[in-house]
Design a protein around this ligand. Structure first.
Ligand SMILES: [Zn+2]
Length: 323
């Protein structure tokens, strides 16, 4: 573990800078694996779920953002308690009626490029395309529901650090506190190399209070629009992970049983979708699997939309945790 004084000094040396400029490079040794341990809270899986469920047929998993049914139930209980409190505090006669009228959400974005020399040093144009993709996904520009969430790029930081780039899971507890900007309604988006089968990961809104500087989304740089990962290079890994950051679960949360993803208009789904099947219906409850939803695991080329219910959930969770 690096002494705190050294960490503070480094933080001062690596500020986020206005878009289009470069920040000084940073180089540090490893810290304790605090990030990994903290992430463990968010990423606990049901014990029965085999690892293979989280891989697509060509070896890429979106992330490890699954909650056990018990964890999701606990989150929902807390969320509903907060929302009920807000409604009783004079925000309207009913939770759904008052929150449906919520104002559009505008999210400031600090984009942090972690690279190793030329590797992963994505261009400003690519970053702009990623922001545009988020705005299209969350603004209904894809033909899906308009979630009324928009994203504004505030600044880009660039950090040349081969160690962080080579193992961002290990160094998450190092780079996030040093690069993080803003508060609970600010999105910190980190692009870096993610080895193995992952395309990214996120933190959930209800984790912000206990660990604010770890808040944010990490994506594989080659998943950005025009990137090099075949079938996963339209920028929807960021769309998917930001969905978690906004409080959405996977469409296959809880499988065919229980409360699912707590969104009524996304039919229950037993397993993550691999590739891009034209049709899949894995649960006895009504409705085909939402294979084209951003919160499933299909190819980017297969993903087309959020639903109105997901938009409502985003606004409810935002009201409770990020407003
Ligand atoms: Zn996910």
């Amino acid at each position: 573990m690096k002494p705190l004084a050294a960490a503070a000094l480094l933080a001062a040396l690596v500020p986020a800078v206005p878009f289009g400029q470069s920040a000084p490079s940073a180089s540090t040794g490893p810290s304790a694996s605090t990030g990994h341990e903290r992430r463990g809270d968010d990423c606990a899986r049901p014990p029965a779920a085999p690892e293979a469920r989280h891989r697509t047929d060509d070896g890429h998993a979106r992330d490890r953002m699954d909650l056990s049914p018990a964890e999701a139930a606990a989150v929902e209980t807390r969320l509903n308690r907060i929302l009920d409190g807000l409604v009783q505090g004079g925000h309207g006669p009913s939770k759904s009626a008052s929150l449906r009228r919520a104002a559009p959400i505008t999210v400031p974005v600090y984009f942090h490029v972690i690279h190793a020399g030329a590797q992963g040093n994505v261009s400003n144009a690519m970053i702009q395309r990623q922001i545009s993709t988020l705005n299209t996904s969350y603004g209904g520009g894809d033909g899906g529901a308009n979630a009324h969430v928009s994203f504004t790029l505030k600044a880009v930081s660039r950090t040349d650090n081969a160690a962080w780039f080579g193992d961002p899971e290990r160094y998450e507890g190092t780079y996030k506190p040093r690069l993080h900007q803003g508060g609970k309604s600010t999105l910190n988006l980190y692009s870096t190399y993610i080895g193995g089968d992952l395309l990214g990961w996120s933190t959930f809104p209800w984790k912000y209070k206990s660990d604010p500087t770890m808040d944010g989304v990490t994506i594989h740089y080659a998943s950005m629009p025009g990137g090099s990962i075949e079938n996963f290079n339209k920028g929807f890994s960021a769309t998917h992970e930001v969905g978690h950051w906004l409080g959405l679960y996977h469409t296959f949360q809880d499988g065919c049983s229980g409360q699912g993803d707590r969104v009524a208009d996304t039919p229950a789904e037993r397993d993550p979708t691999n590739g891009c099947p034209s049709f899949k219906d894995t649960c006895p409850t009504p409705g085909e699997d939402p294979v084209h939803n951003y919160m499933d695991y299909g190819y980017d080329t297969c993903m087309t939309s959020f639903t109105p219910g997901q938009g409502t959930r985003i606004h409810n969770v935002w009201t409770a945790y990020r407003a």
